[in-house]
Design a protein around this ligand. Structure first.
Ligand code: GRG
Length: 306
């Protein structure tokens, strides 16, 4: 292992300024709430600016740094474009996931979900418009000029595949159709597959877009992809553990806690975080920010110093 220190993000570290910059960039690419149709734009902004942690954009910026495309803010590279695109796709997925025909959640991030505030039809359209806006951001001339047409096209392809029927949307479809006892290949396999598609693919897209926009080679791309695969699986297990602790678990949905019990699920989460850490650490000091996002996301896991 090379000499990388695991930095727990501190106030005044790189994360707070990066989040500000991501927010400013998102603000600049989104139509103003006054622009017609204003209720649609208001609903889109309501969903995007509501206290999300911006984990996926942070991962995107951190992965760009692995390929030499990052730096401290003001991010001289071009990873803000893919960072914003991934957050727009993530936000669309949450807006649609909260709808009555999906998870039917009245609240998101401690306030009424988008459809509770703007009505179901407008929330559906807001989600659609956020998804399509991600592609407008990735085909922005300023991004193409910086990243190159080939890298920009690769980013578009990457996010399309990760978010679509072979990725996040496919995972959601599998979860809707799955019922404990009905899955082939064993319950743990089914849970892992659903987690990988529904949650993991967008984390993988986040790092891959960051790396691609910075001109990463195959070895760097492979390492950040493995890091994000472990990160994503651990993230969903953490979510299952939190739901189970709040007795919020839906018995009709396959979860890691339901499949293997809370003890084994927690142990697996710890192992996955260590695996993500090993992947990042092997990249050397350029992966410092990937390590710090890992530490930020899993404060309950003691991550070995490298
Ligand atoms: C309906 C198109 C469609 C997709 C649904 C990703 C997904 C598939 C649904 C999201 C709902 C959900 C509970 C996913 C599990 C992963 C999870 C806990 C997401 C929340 O991510 P955070 O914590 O959210 O990064 P913030 O609020 O910080 O942005």
């Amino acid at each position: 292992m090379q000499g990388v220190q695991v930095a727990r993000p501190a106030a005044g570290g790189w994360i707070a300024p990066a989040i500000r910059q991501i927010d400013d960039f998102l603000n600049s690419v989104m139509p103003s709430a006054d622009a017609a149709p204003s209720s649609l734009h208001e609903a889109m902004r309501y969903a995007v600016f509501s206290g999300g942690k911006r984990l996926r954009p942070l991962l995107c910026l951190a992965a760009a740094e692995v390929a030499g495309g990052g730096d401290d803010p003001p991010w001289p590279g071009c990873s803000l474009w893919p960072a914003a695109a991934v957050e727009l796709v993530h936000t669309y997925s949450l807006v649609h996931d909260d709808l009555p025909c999906m998870d039917d959640d009245d609240f998101r991030r401690g306030r009424p979900s988008c459809h509770k505030a703007y009505g179901e039809a407008m929330a559906l359209l807001a989600g659609d418009a956020l998804l399509t806006m991600a592609f407008a951001v990735l085909s922005d001339a300023a991004f193409i000029a910086r990243a190159g047409a080939g890298a920009a096209a690769a980013c578009v392809r990457e996010i399309s595949m990760s978010a679509g029927s072979l990725g996040m949307v496919g995972g959601q479809a599998l979860e809707i159709e799955a019922a404990p006892g009905s899955e082939g290949g064993g319950v743990e396999y089914a849970v892992e597959l659903i987690h990988t598609l529904k949650t993991g693919m967008l984390f993988q897209a986040a790092v891959r877009l960051g790396a691609l926009s910075a001109g990463a080679g195959p070895a760097e791309l492979d390492a950040v992809t493995k890091y994000a695969a472990h990160f994503g699986q651990a993230f969903q297990i953490r979510d299952d553990l939190e739901d189970a602790a709040e007795q919020d678990a839906d018995s009709g949905v396959l979860t890691s806690v339901g499949a293997m019990g809370p003890g084994a699920a927690e142990a697996l989460m710890h192992q996955l975080v260590q695996k993500a850490r090993d992947e990042a650490a092997a990249l050397g000091p350029v992966a410092q920010k990937l390590l710090s996002v890992l530490a930020l996301t899993f404060p309950q896991v003691v991550i070995d110093d490298v």
